[in-house]
Design a protein around this ligand. Sequence first.
Ligand code: FAD
Length: 485
Amino acid sequence: MPGQMQLMREVIADRRMARRHQMDDPGEGNRHRVVVVGGGFGGLPASRFFGGMPVEVTLIDRRNHHLFQPLLYQVSTGILSQGQVAMPLRHVLRKHKNIKIELAEVTGFDLDRKVVLAHRGPAESETIEFPFDSLIVAAGAGQSYFGHDEFALYAPGMKTLDDAMEIRRRVLGAFEMAEGVASEAERATWLTIVVVGAGPTGVELAGQIRELATISLAGEFRNFEPESVRVVLIDAGKEPLATFGDNLSGHAQHALEQMGVELMMNARVTNIDADGVDLQCGDTTERVRAHTVVWAAGVEASPLAAELAKATGCEVDRAGRIAVQPDLTLPGHPDVFAVGDMTTLNNLPGVAEVAMQGSLHAAATIARRLQGDDSSHDFRYRDLGSVATIGRWRAVCSVADLRLTGLPAWTVWIFVHLTFLNGYSNRLATLGRWLRWMLAKGRPERVFSVRHTGGDLSVPIVVLNEIEPNPFPVVNAEQAAPKPS
Ligand SMILES: Cc1cc2nc3c(=O)[nH]c(=O)nc-3n(C[C@H](O)[C@H](O)[C@H](O)COP(=O)(O)OP(=O)(O)OC[C@H]3O[C@@H](n4cnc5c(N)ncnc54)[C@H](O)[C@@H]3O)c2cc1C
């Protein structure tokens, strides 16, 4: 634990370093241009780092907000609102006049000419170019269906705000449908909710759906008891939260079972349709009948990783992540950095802290160079530990050699998440919601629409074209018509 405190101090010291950089201002028009692609955990810290420095920063994102993905499951299950887990990038960076925000979709890079290529609106619209002197790409990762994109029609993933709202719609909608049907078999199918993938997202979501049903919805329906809902958590591995190690995994399994989540481990999904999920469990096959399935299983790097690989001759791995150099630059392009979930280096995990530390490493390297120090430093990740919640007062936490469960782990979870949320008033409001959830058992965010929620679902493009409305902004009606898949 003392070692961990030391690591924490180092990380905080790094984050304060920005204020110590003193640079001469070469004057408007001559300032170094830094383009940052992505305003997530990998892009935002670097942008903030340069705030107030004599550097021109352009932060490009296809969304207007920074999203706190770790709490998306709380939006889906009615605890938090969208605004509590997402904050407009303009608002977050409003005090830094040297940072411009651009709402645009980056499509590629011309590294010889040192420009980022992007467009606003549909893919056919005019290409915009953003020239740079230094570039940081942090475009993250999307959902992977392991070659079965067709599953996405029935099983949305959990990556974006619209995903979270879509899952809220489907989960709460399932209870409404169960109330209205006459057949008991059909009611049972509506009252079965399947979550595929027993990593932190799947575990947190499955636990919260059970608590939603057993605690928050109790007594609200007339034709069934909400606590009769079956929540089935499926994974091809042998235990939930496998990355936490056997001890904590076993604890998580026990806690989930106590909450009434059914675990189906060592089970591979072979098909998903409107009425259920087919599984291969060793030599046997099984079918779980359910109208509501959530996919929390695989990740696939942003296609921009492949674009960068093409431009630099780098490798991408099976998840499409680009292999960066030890200092997070790309071979032959010392001024181009890639960080976060779209990259691979030394088997580092795809978690927020890796993206944030990588982001600051890239920004600090650029700042050092601007002060005339061209030395290259390898990126050194300081692992601050992992924590996941299972339900109210139930969590697991792994920090160095320390393993915590129950209330102590839960307390660490609250502290960590409040620290990393954006904005003091937002932290306070979120704490209020958590107290309401923990003590009064209330979930105020239960509204949903009966139609698909929006166009920012993290489903594969062929599925998105089938279900999404036109992208924003619509440039001209003909261009914006959905493309045939
Ligand atoms: C549901 C869920 C729960 C998680 N829980 C945890 C947790 O508990 N703890 C933890 O440490 N980590 C957790 N993670 C992982 C963590 O969120 C990621 O590791 C982190 O977000 C990675 O940061 P990033 O900047 O690489 O990507 P992101 O944060 O995803 O940011 C990528 C940004 O790039 C933008 N972008 C993408 N493509 C383009 C484009 N072509 N043009 C313009 N902009 C683009 C996106 O809009 C986005 O804003 C979780 C992830 C998910 C999905």
